[in-house]
Ligand binder design. Structure first.
Ligand code: NDP
Ligand code: MG
Length: 326
């Protein structure tokens, strides 16, 4: 069982009088910054001078500095910018401005685990990774609740790395629910595999293929859409709330028997092999190398892929249905 920390296991004193810089003011950066501020922790924001988010941060009363103005006065630096640029950013602006016992904080283990950032010998390296988007982190905090998170200490130079992670987790509201202790490796591999195999890659492809199969077999497009993409959230929330068995108990008996009959037909032993291969490519760093290459070629393949998604006929059907049903 993973160790789970709650409010009573975390002490804000480890960050209270520290000079803190939140780099980036997007999904996580904004939520971390505002939740910390509302927990009486002062933070500065770092953004490029031309950043469109700078005014929004200033409107919240936050001091904004540009990357060129990062100096060694900061004790804690939170990397709240996209994973693939964290390495370049660190090399250019952070690496030479770290003092003894500075603490680098990540919301995803990716850039440390795959070696984009580092090595940084004199610093703490910690993870505070909320289990959801920044807007959820902020909204739940305002309501007096929170969302759970992972915490990890990859490098404990000061002797207080985990305490700092827990203090941050408390200040953003996450220990109100629970901070699960993990490692950078487990968080990274789990997150990347989950989003590729199932949550993003696998799900989107299975929805599209199922939709296309129905349409090719003469089922009207609207009908095909309603039976595939449109009901995903209903089943996903049943599954999340009640488990797979609990979901099965709440669908029709015909659907239950259908579940039984399709076992092993789509996810057959070969699919299991491919899932393992996918994990292998993530674990070996092959995926991370490909992704950095894609970044260097200005996201050429990613742009083409997203255009293809946009042009797919399921999008037009989705628009039609959404106008009527939602
Ligand atoms: P966003 O894409 O929302 O953040 C973008 C921010 O980074 C913006 O403020 C942007 O500035 C700034 N930025 C982008 N490029 C640069 C650059 N070259 N130099 C300086 N600033 C830059 O990021 P997320 O919040 O999604 O991700 C941050 C971290 O949180 C990542 O490690 C991610 O994996 C992790 N995470 C994200 C989750 C999510 O749901 N989004 C969930 C859990 C973890 P500008 O205003 O100029 O565009
Ligand atoms: Mg992810």
């Amino acid at each position: 069982m993973q160790k789970i920390y709650r409010d009573e296991n975390a002490d804000i004193k480890y960050i209270k009088d520290k000079k803190i810089l939140v780099i980036g003011y997007g999904s996580q950066g904004r939520a971390f910054a505002l939740n910390l501020r509302d927990s009486a922790i002062e933070v500065h924001i770092c953004l490029k001078p031309e950043s469109l988010s700078a005014n929004a941060a200033r409107a919240e009363g936050l001091k904004v500095i540009s990357p060129d103005n990062i100096d060694d006065s900061y004790d804690i630096l939170l990397f709240m910018i996209p994973d693939h640029i964290q390495g370049d950013f660190c090399d250019k602006y952070v690496k030479n401005n770290l003092k003894e016992n500075s603490c680098l904080v990540f919301a995803h283990g990716y850039s440390i685990h795959f070696g984009l950032v580092g090595p940084l010998s004199r610093a703490d390296i910690i993870l505070v990774a909320p289990h959801g988007p920044g807007d959820d982190l902020r909204e739940n905090f305002i309501r007096g609740s929170g969302i759970s998170c992972y915490v990890a200490a990859e490098q404990d130079h000061s002797g207080n790395a985990l305490n700092i992670a827990l203090a941050l987790a408390k200040a953003i509201g996450s220990t109100r629910i629970g901070a699960f202790e993990t490692t950078f490796e487990h968080e990274t591999l789990g997150d990347i595999f989950g989003e590729q195999a199932l949550l993003c890659g696998g799900l989107a492809e299975l929805v599209t293929e199922s939709y296309e199969t129905l349409v090719k077999n003469g089922i009207p497009k609207e009908n095909a859409y309603i039976e595939t993409a449109h009901q995903i959230d209903l089943l996903a929330s049943l599954l999340k709330k009640h488990g797979i068995h609990g979901m099965a108990e709440r669908i029709s008996m015909t659907a239950q028997y259908g579940m039984l009959k399709m076992q092993g037909k789509i996810i057959d032993p070969d699919a299991e092999k491919r899932l393992n291969q996918l994990f292998g490519k993530i674990k070996s760093g092959e995926f991370a190398r490909d992704w950095q290459h894609e970044y260097r070629i200005d996201f050429r393949n990613l742009k083409e892929f997203k255009q293809k998604l946009k042009d797919h006929s399921i999008e037009k059907t989705a628009e039609k249905i959404k106008k009527i049903i939602e």
